[in-house]
Design a protein around this ligand. Structure first.
Ligand code: URA
Length: 428
């Protein structure tokens, strides 16, 4: 006989009440087993979205989702572990240089990643552009690679927080993704179950991000930091700007190429700045000091770790990357200063060119995406290339061009431009 029933749990939250620990344990478990129906859970998710949850409820909900599956344990490794989670942005390739960089500093990085859905790209989609590279590893392979190379970026297995997998798919189709308690518990259940010792959260704010305003981003970051800390994971968060896309590329192979430039000691300044800032947080969380990640980019050791990481997963780090069959250049409409480049417009264009997917089962094009040839604050000359659009299917150009329209401003030379910093706030 069950201890609760779904209608009682739903009405408690519908009427603005707090769910008890036993109601939460019961409903998460019963939903995962199929005893609570999708329509009942979607009603509860909507009540949570509208009425919120206390931190105690969120922590219990997170624990219940962790308990629905396996928990990994890296305590047998000879080095400490640290991981990063980004809430997702346009041109956000940071995981690619970050994981080998932190490994080169002596901390193991067990990065379980996902594929992209919608306008933000997925880390696995980017890495799959590398010939031979495979995302699926067994737990034993992952452990061996962490010990030998120090960094793994692979697909999360089905065993981790299966309750979240089921609930996230339901939220996606019921308008309940945006609830902060549900986002925080979804992200943190997977990160805590993954078994990392330290965690840095990159919470994006701006037009291209999930969280469009600073207040909501701060609330999400604080909620997640509290969940991690209470679960014994040393957790900090950086709130970072996502009104402008990161770097100069959004796509798959082209983002890999840009990451390799960063690992070679070059690359766009914003990508380098954010990579190094996140690496410092991870090292501090893992208790490693006296190592400056910027030195490991400069001396080639981060690049060595990258090559070892790619090879260990079957990839050839020296192979040519796939290129799109077709390209289309958008020229600067006037001479002046690029004062705005909207992350959402660029993200939508890359997605429409085939770099992202509309449904989970869709394939992505490795070579598709957008390259921009100037960043806000740069001077441009009328007629110079401003964007290069890449795809295998030229029919896609028209809709991609439509999404870029209105997504950037070129103003007369001398127009004041206030550069904004990439890291907006730190939360611990
Ligand atoms: N990413 C997740 O993993 N879960 C959410 O709910 C939102 C973003």
């Amino acid at each position: 006989m069950s201890t609760h029933d779904a209608v009682e749990v739903i009405t408690t939250k519908r009427d603005g009440g707090s769910l008890s620990d036993s109601q939460i344990d019961w409903v998460v478990d019963a939903y995962t087993r199929g005893d609570v129906a999708d329509e009942q859970m979607s009603s509860l998710a909507m009540a949570i979205l509208l009425n919120g949850m206390e931190q105690r409820e969120i922590a219990r909900w997170t624990a219940a989702m962790i308990a629905s599956g396996e928990r990994m344990d890296f305590s047998a490794l000879s080095r400490p572990t640290a991981d990063k989670h980004s809430t997702g942005g346009v041109g956000d390739k940071i995981t690619l240089p970050l994981a080998p960089l932190v490994a080169a500093c002596g901390v193991a990085v067990p990065q379980l990643s996902g594929r992209g859905l919608g306008h933000t790209g997925g880390t696995l989609d980017k890495l799959e552009a590398i010939p031979g590279w495979r995302a699926a590893l067994s737990n034993e392979e992952m452990m061996r690679q962490l010990e030998e190379v120090g960094a793994v970026i692979c697909a999360a297995g089905d065993g981790l927080a299966p309750a979240d997998k089921k609930l996230y798919a339901l939220r996606d189709v019921t308008g309940t993704v945006e609830a902060i308690p549900l986002i925080a518990s979804s992200i943190m259940s997977k990160k805590i179950a993954e078994g990392t010792g330290a965690l840095v959260l990159d919470v994006k704010v701006g037009t291209g991000a999930f969280m469009k305003d600073l207040d909501r981003a701060r609330e999400l970051a604080r909620t997640m930091v509290a969940l991690g800390t209470d679960a014994g994971v040393r957790t900090t968060a950086l709130l970072t700007d996502m009104s402008t896309p990161l770097g100069l590329t959004a796509g798959n192979a082209i983002e890999v190429a840009e990451s390799v430039e960063v690992l070679a000691g070059g690359g766009p300044a914003d990508v380098v700045e954010l990579t190094v800032a996140l690496a410092r947080e991870m090292l501090a969380g893992a208790g490693v000091d006296g190592v400056d990640p910027a030195d490991k980019l400069a001396d080639g050791s981060a690049m060595d770790a990258w090559k070892a990481m790619i090879r260990a997963q079957g990839g050839d780090p020296d192979a040519a990357l796939p290129e799109a069959k077709e390209s289309h250049v958008v020229s600067a409409p006037a001479t002046g200063v690029l004062t705005r480049l909207d992350a959402m417009a660029v993200g939508m264009a890359a997605w429409r060119l085939g770099a992202g997917r509309a449904r989970k089962e869709d394939p992505v094009q490795a070579g598709a995406g957008v390259v921009w040839h100037a960043r806000p604050g740069d001077e441009v000359t009328e007629g110079q290339p401003l964007f290069t659009l890449l795809t295998d299917e030229p029919a896609r150009f028209e809709r991609a061009l439509a999404s870029l329209e209105g997504g950037y401003d070129v103003e007369p030379a001398g127009t004041a431009y206030e550069p904004s910093s990439i890291v907006l706030e730190r939360i611990d």
